[in-house]
Design a protein around this ligand. Sequence first.
Ligand code: URA
Length: 434
Amino acid sequence: MNTVELITKKRNGQALTEAEIEYLVNGYTAGDIPDYQMSAFLMAVYFNGMDKAETVALTQIMRDSGDVVDLSAIDGIKVDKHSTGGVGDKTTLIVGPIAAACGVPIAKMSGRGLGFTGGTIDKLEAIPGYKTSITEQEFMDQVNSRGISVIGQTGHIAPADKKIYALRDVTGTVENLSLITSSIMSKKLAAGSDAILLDVKCGSGAFMKNQEDAEELASLMVEIGNADGKKTMAMITDMEQPLGNAIGNALEVEEAIDVLKNRGPEDITQLCIALGGMMIYMGEKASSPEEGMQKARTVLEDGSALTKFRDLIEGQGGDPAIIDDPSLMPQAEFCMELKAWEDGYIEAIDAMRIGLASQHTGAGRERKDDVIDMSAGIILCKKRRDHVISGETICKIYGNDIKKVEKALEEVTNSVRISVKKPDDISLIKKIID
Ligand code: URA
């Protein structure tokens, strides 16, 4: 086979065979095909797309490029959850303990941030002592003894995706349905759980800006997951404004604890009850999603989800005292506030711009090897549809570098709109796909 011929074939809009896709993916992963040829191929896919058979083949080839984890030593139906990425999305820290408290084993491998904000693993590293890297045996033992473990995804899971994603990130080829589907599903299928719940974000802070695209992505991922023998479902959820009030690593852990104490912000609490309820149902610990949601509410109210979070932290060497005293996590030196410039209602808090602002504070990476400032980030004191009076604080920006905090303040200012009229409500959960 010849790489140039395959690039040309895709450039001309033709479908590739499984063998041809395998040649390109394995060749690139092994270092035999250079970045410039893979970049050209990815751009051809970006413009011409892939059909379903090509997408399935790409997913399976990337899944098989590394280890496919065997979690059979863990009892019960293991349910994984994946979010396509959003600003202020700390749901794993909450739904993992909720589902585990209801008896669903959570053996979760999570990633680091891909852009704006830190990922679940970055957030967990804000907890002093928490080990995101433990041996496979320790991981299995912890799930069997404590019901939950959350670790960083190893380089052995879908290494082809790791290399290709890094290239897509710097060649403007991320936002393509087939490439996103195969990237996410190759990792999820390799991670070994029996069932997968996908939280597909939709709105300004998400890859998918409108519901139609989000539904197309969700349907394709669900189909690929189910075809692989994993019970797969998806929820399309809103990402027009950040989720919850906190954006930034230690700040998000603190907010997750508040939700687990049943005193968190309304939107993230409701979303976690819905996601958690679905995981409980998928893990066959409830006979319907509604019963799952009821169980999720109960474990938030009776404190058993919080106890599971404590168990998780203790099991992985972290300091559980942060649950009672979050100030034991890194604290920022500087704080600046954005004040309302007129009376009215918050019409928009643009998630993408807030994400960028949070990145400016140091809470997210601008380059792959940047070190995250765990204490940095943003707290929203007002959300969409809230009333504000001129001079009232809309949000607080934290960081250890005053210049970065000032730059973030500028970005945040551009992200907020105030209007005289109260804007219409936007539903948080738009659709469920199974
Ligand atoms: N998340 C991933 O893991 N891959 C993508 O392509 C997009 C989001």
